[in-house]
Design a protein around this ligand. Structure first.
Ligand code: PLP
Length: 368
């Protein structure tokens, strides 16, 4: 959709990357690291300073004080590499992995590349919650993993402590590892707070926690993320990571130390700025007749397009991009059963308010 947006001069509300600059302190730290010649391979599992900063963040922010940078932390090339390295390191061929849908598109392919089999469980609007009996039925002796993406792309769902408790109970019963994707951990709204699954009783010793610099610090092109996992899982994951990529970029890990050390005020401002962007997009969608589902975290809105009479989600996404000048993602791309998403498109609002207002002007011209 980004390619189509570029070809048609559309405002790109499809792919989830910011159109505003990264914080100056972090860019300065990256420049300084390069100038200071931190330009060679770091340790394969990550620079010590970065791993220490990661462990420190989990301790102070979430009380996960058991994390030892030497034994539990691995720096990766973004959370994308983190997830595939974790699955390749933990899963065996034939294992099953529970994946909630709608999903971020990588989890199914990651599972398959690891030789395992995805089992999907539906998240249903308006709260995008799961049916406990459907979830329980997806677990069996073959289940080895479950993917938990919270805050969630594309739904904006933030899993509650109670929901994670239900998942924890099933993971214990069936001896299952939780692979989490917490890349939107700092972007939540309406009093919802991120609960790291790895801090939930019953999941502490069976969670592979994944996050990255990409979204929090508006550096999606840097490709720096990390994995926190129990020692027994870390050794396999580190081997895979070594063979896949050798290491994450050395100077950008140094900048990551500065990023993770940003004061609380940075995260408070981040959340407030995203709130303004979310509310701007929701107002535009309301004014132009798109029915949208609530977004409690991350930076996406799923909107209903069945009333437009413009065809299915793929037709709508193409016509919005080409005729209206606003690019979105077809909803069916987030489901293993595409028919569940043919009435939906996803808007990303990780954009300057001016960009969103310009998209609003185009949508109003076409629909209001
Ligand atoms: C849920 C989720 N996980 C991972 C990624 C990619 O993360 P990274 O840039 O760290 O590889 C994205 C990007 O949109 C995402 O939405």
């Amino acid at each position: 959709m980004t390619r189509l947006a570029n070809a048609h001069g559309a405002i790109n509300l499809s792919q989830g990357f910011p159109d505003f600059p990264a914080p100056e302190e972090i860019k300065d730290a990256a420049r300084e690291a390069i100038a200071n010649d931190i330009n060679q391979y770091p340790l394969t599992w990550g620079s010590e300073s970065f791993r220490v900063a990661i462990a420190e963040q989990y301790r102070t922010r979430y009380g996960m004080s058991w994390i030892d940078p030497e034994r539990h932390v691995t720096a990766t090339c973004g959370s994308t590499e983190a997830m595939i390295a974790a699955m390749l390191g933990v899963l065996d061929p034939g294992d099953e992995v529970v994946v909630f849908e709608p999903f971020y598109e990588n989890y199914g392919p990651d599972t398959i590349l690891a030789g395992a089999v995805p089992r999907t469980v539906t998240l249903s609007p308006p709260d995008w919650t799961f049916d406990e009996s459907e979830l329980a039925a997806a677990f069996s002796a073959r289940t080895r993993g479950i993917v938990i993406n919270t805050p969630n792309n594309p739904t904006g769902k933030v899993f509650t402590r109670e929901e994670l408790g239900v998942i924890a109970e099933l993971c214990q019963r069936w001896d299952v590892v939780a692979f989490t994707d917490e890349i939107y951990e700092h972007i939540t709204y309406d009093g919802f707070r991120h609960v790291p699954p790895g801090a939930v009783p019953g999941l502490e010793d069976r969670t592979v926690t994944i996050s990255a610099l990409s979204k929090t610090y508006a550096v999606t092109g840097w490709r720096v993320g990390w994995i926190v996992a129990p020692e027994a899982l870390t050794s396999g994951i580190r081997s895979v990571h070594d063979f896949l990529t050798v290491a994450a970029p050395a100077p950008l890990q140094e900048a990551g130390v500065v990023a993770l050390g940003m004061p609380d005020s940075f995260y408070e401002r981040l959340a407030l700025e995203y709130l303004e962007r979310r509310d701007t997009l929701l107002r535009i969608l309301q004014e132009t007749g798109f029915g949208s589902h609530p977004t409690r975290g991350a930076y996406y809105v799923m909107a209903d397009v069945s009333h437009l009479g413009m065809g299915d989600d793929v037709d709508v996404a193409h016509r919005l991009t080409k005729d209206v000048g606003v690019a979105v993602v077809p909803g069916s791309s987030f489901f293993s059963r595409p028919e569940l998403g043919t009435h939906l498109v996803r808007f990303a609002f990780c954009k300057r308010v001016e960009t969103l207002e310009e998209a609003g002007a185009r949508l109003r011209k076409a629909f209001a």
